[in-house]
Design a protein around this ligand. Structure first.
Ligand SMILES: O=P(O)(O)OC[C@H]1O[C@H](OP(=O)(O)OP(=O)(O)O)[C@H](O)[C@@H]1O
Ligand SMILES: NC(=O)CC[C@H](N)C(=O)O
Ligand SMILES: [Mg+2]
Length: 506
């Protein structure tokens, strides 16, 4: 679940993009990058690590220009450790293009094969984003050959072709050298992308595209609107804006934003597709409270506690509705990032204990109801229930604002194998046993969807909820696809292990 930023301004944008990327850090902690542009060329810097580690003063000094794009990466395709796959990506023709991508393509292998065989382009990394950029470059090349020059019209024609060839989730920003900033969103609108603007001191309009509204509001822009599913936008370096729906003829894709953005990924202070994430999380707390009321005698619960950070609004509202005391039983170490998006199970497990410390006085002799936004691999819940018991809790109930996660996510969340999901092939009692809770209560999917819809001002009717119900909105995912994905993961883990062994031997 990466984060992207794009800006066209009247003064240097390096610091602005840096600040906006910091506000998107929760979407990707593994790598970060920025490309700026002046009237002649691009300037790029990217590396592995968090925003603060990647951009040093000396790097910032070299990022010239008043237009630019930025990216924070949470890898879902290719090699997790690879610097080569940090974004943005660059191709030199036509005109010179750079791209930053949030999402994950579901026809990556097929596309790469076609790029090589038909378009005579070689992709030297495993990144789906680099492949996407090459498809765009190829289609732009064809569009400009037919028209002799690149205008927004040719760009939109090329984007319609891209949307024909590329499947999966993609919310992107990019630039054409010396011409424009552009952005586009896949035809189902799975990943978010929002447009903002501001008027600077000289009265000139400046534009920003961002994965989440918090990134643009936090740096002094205001939200104009969400980019629509299948829409592409072109913001010339001269400030002229054009946009068009680039949905291939004969297709009628349904708008299906990712439900997990509201559950976990997005910051609560963002508004995505007209829906406040914070209000959605409060509403989740209300519906979950009703489920708890029907499953547990409330006299059995002494106290409600959130698992910081994401579940806080939900747990708070739930406690209020149930009339139970709300307490902070776990103190979060502010210097440890999000554990779910860290690579490697060992790191994730260790980090949960580093991140959350129990307050023994809140647990001693009490029946506690712990509330989290989701239980995915069960890393957090397993550790947390053990910590609660070690701290003297009598009974430990565990409630999840999301339903059981039973299927892989193929649209930009790194959970590609069914076996790593704690609820795969297990009923709720088996999950309770596994995390050693007295009882687990999951929110029902219909209640979760209704909760988000109830606060939506943007007319969102349906969601991509594939990790809960196994229904993939792009229509190209079946058992064979999921099996192959799993095999890929097993093979690459084995290859990594073998390489490590060989390195040691030398
Ligand atoms: O079952 P799991 O595989 O452990 O995944 C679910 C947990 O991971 C996330 O927390 P994370 O620490 O990433 O971020 P947060 O601080 O925003 O809650 C999420 O909020 C759950 O707590
Ligand atoms: N989570 C994402 O959005 C990842 C983007 C892209 N698939 C990558 O792996 O770099
Ligand atoms: Mg959490």
């Amino acid at each position: 679940m990466c984060g992207v930023i794009g800006v066209v301004a009247a003064s240097p944008v390096n610091q602005l993009i840096y600040d906006a990327l910091l506000l998107l850090q929760h979407r990707g902690q593994d790598a970060a990058g920025m490309v700026t542009a002046n009237d002649k060329r691009f300037f790029m810097h990217k590396n592995k690590g968090m925003v603060r580690d990647v951009f040093r003063t000396r790097n910032m000094r070299d990022l010239h220009g008043r237009c630019g794009i930025g990216h924070v990466r949470y890898p879902t395709a290719g090699n997790v450790d690879s610097l080569e796959e940090a974004q943005p990506f660059y191709v030199n023709a036509p005109y010179g293009l750079v791209l930053a991508h949030n999402g994950n393509l579901t026809n990556n292998n097929h596309m790469r094969e076609n790029l090589f065989r038909l378009d005579k382009r070689h992709i030297n990394t495993g990144s789906d984003s680099e492949a996407l950029l090459n498809v765009l470059a190829h289609e732009l090349d064809i569009a400009v050959k037919e028209a002799d020059d690149l205008t927004p019209e040719e760009f939109f024609n090329a984007m319609t072709q891209v949307n024909k060839r590329v499947k999966g989730a993609y919310a992107c920003v990019g630039m054409v050298a010396r011409r424009a900033l552009f952005g586009f969103r896949d035809v189902h609108g799975i990943r978010p992308l929002v447009l903002g603007e501001r008027i600077n001191e000289a009265g000139v309009k400046e534009y920003m595209l961002a994965s989440e509204s918090v990134a643009l509001e936090g740096v002094g822009y205001h939200t104009v609107r969400d980019i629509a599913p299948g829409e592409a936008i072109w913001i010339g370096f001269d400030g002229e804006v054009f946009s068009r729906l680039c949905i291939p003829e004969g297709t009628k894709p349904e708008f299906s934003p990712c439900l997990f953005e509201y559950v976990y990924f997005a910051r609560p202070d963002s508004v995505i597709d007209g829906t406040s994430v914070y209000s959605a999380r409060l509403a989740m707390g209300e519906t979950l409270a009703e489920k708890i009321r029907s499953e547990i005698d409330l006299k059995e619960i002494d106290v409600v506690m959130p698992i910081p950070d994401t579940s806080r609004p939900c747990a708070m509202q739930l406690a209020m509705i149930l009339g139970l005391p709300y307490r902070e039983g776990f103190i979060k170490n502010r210097y440890i990032g999000r554990t779910f998006i860290m690579p490697g199970q060992e790191t994730r497990k260790k980090s949960v204990r580093q991140k959350l410390t129990p307050m023994p006085s809140e647990f001693k002799g009490k029946n506690v109801l712990l509330v989290d936004d989701s239980i995915v691999r069960g890393t957090t819940s397993q550790e947390i229930v053990a910590l609660a018991r070690e701290s003297g809790a009598k009974k430990v109930y565990f409630a999840s604002a999301a339903p059981a996660v039973k299927f892989p996510n193929v649209y930009g969340i790194d959970m590609p194998t069914r076996t790593e999901l704690i609820a795969h092939n297990k009923d709720v009692e088996a999950v309770s046993r596994e995390i050693t809770a007295d009882k687990v209560i999951y929110q029902d999917l219909s209640a979760l969807e209704e909760a988000v819809r109830s606060v939506s001002q943007g007319g969102v009717k349906q969601f991509d909820a594939s990790c809960f119900n196994g229904q993939y909105v792009t229509g190209d995912i079946d058992m064979a696809y999921l099996d192959a994905l799993e095999q890929d993961k097993i093979d690459s883990a084995a290859a990594k292990k073998a390489a490590k062994k060989e390195n040691k031997a030398h």
